[in-house]
Design a protein. Structure first.
Length: 278
């Protein structure tokens, strides 16, 4: 049986870029992330990105049509788009577009009370697409002023941590709110002193992380194609990552696993992982 948004309500079920130029966005992300594209079911202005034959994300030339910024936007599964849109408005959020019928479902673009843009989706969803798994994005984070207040807003709007079977759970770990579904983390909400400013680097927003096999190659390709590095390369014991801006201003992070240390015959660690570029 197909999976529907009601089966996974409250979870991020898709990621889509609102772009100005579909062809240019496809060229950039195809080169940087190794994606291939097919036209979606919603017309010439939409395409679906595939990696190794699996759908990863969408791109829609919507930024100018709907007067929204170029940005990666997460869509959350809901059982009823109209009822969810009403709850967003009741809780001082904004519904900018929709709900409208698209392909096999209904969607809306909204903003939470601090201005972070997100989408809702009612309809069929891709089975087994989940943040952190397979070819789906590696991570999804909300950067906001008050993670606790944001968790209350999204929890009430999307039905997090309620008594229904299959709903998302919410926990607090290291000053973050962690959203999980079926025991697996699918999003994190981070609070902090974020200033009120139009600068896309600091305003409240949802932020997406994508895996790449070679971080340095992805950064070099992005730069050659007009992208820019927003942060230096960062690393912990497991991963290296960097935040990039595409040529139209869309922000995203690329991440890769740190190579395992070589072992000598006595079992002692050998060379350290390659140092991050300056």
């Amino acid at each position: 049986m197909p999976t529907t948004s009601q089966d996974v309500f409250g979870t991020p079920c898709w990621i889509s870029l609102t772009a100005r130029d579909l062809e240019a966005a496809q060229h950039f992300y195809g080169a940087v992330l190794g994606w291939h594209f097919r036209q979606g079911q919603m017309g010439d202005a939409f395409s679906v990105a595939f990696l190794d034959g699996a759908p990863v994300a969408g791109i829609g030339a919507l930024a100018e049509s709907f007067a929204v910024s170029v940005a990666w936007i997460p869509y959350f599964a809901v059982a009823d788009a109209d009822a969810t849109a009403a709850r967003i408005r009741e809780r001082t959020g904004t519904v900018a577009v929709g709900p409208l019928s698209f392909g096999l479902g209904r969607a809306a673009l909204a903003a939470d009370p601090h201005g972070a843009i997100f989408g809702i989706w009612q309809g069929r969803v891709i089975r087994d697409w989940a943040v952190g798994h397979s070819r789906a994005p590696a991570g999804l984070e909300l950067y906001t002023r008050d993670a606790f207040a944001a968790a209350i807003f999204y929890g009430e709007v999307l039905g997090w941590a309620n008594e229904q079977n299959g709903c998302c759970t919410v926990s607090y770990e290291d000053d973050q709110v962690v959203l999980a579904h079926a025991g697996q983390p699918v999003a994190r909400l981070r609070g902090g002193a974020i200033e009120e400013t139009p600068d896309p680097q600091v305003r409240p927003r949802w932020h997406v992380h994508f895996r790449v096999p070679d971080l340095d190659e992805a950064v070099n390709t992005a730069t050659l194609l007009g992208g820019t590095a927003v942060t230096p390369v960062q690393a912990d014991e497991n991963h290296r990552w960097i935040t990039l801006r595409d040529p139209d201003g869309g922000l995203f992070t690329v991440t890769t696993a740190v190579p395992e240390r070589a072992q000598d015959p006595d079992g002692d660690p050998g060379a350290e992982p390659a140092a991050a570029p300056a």
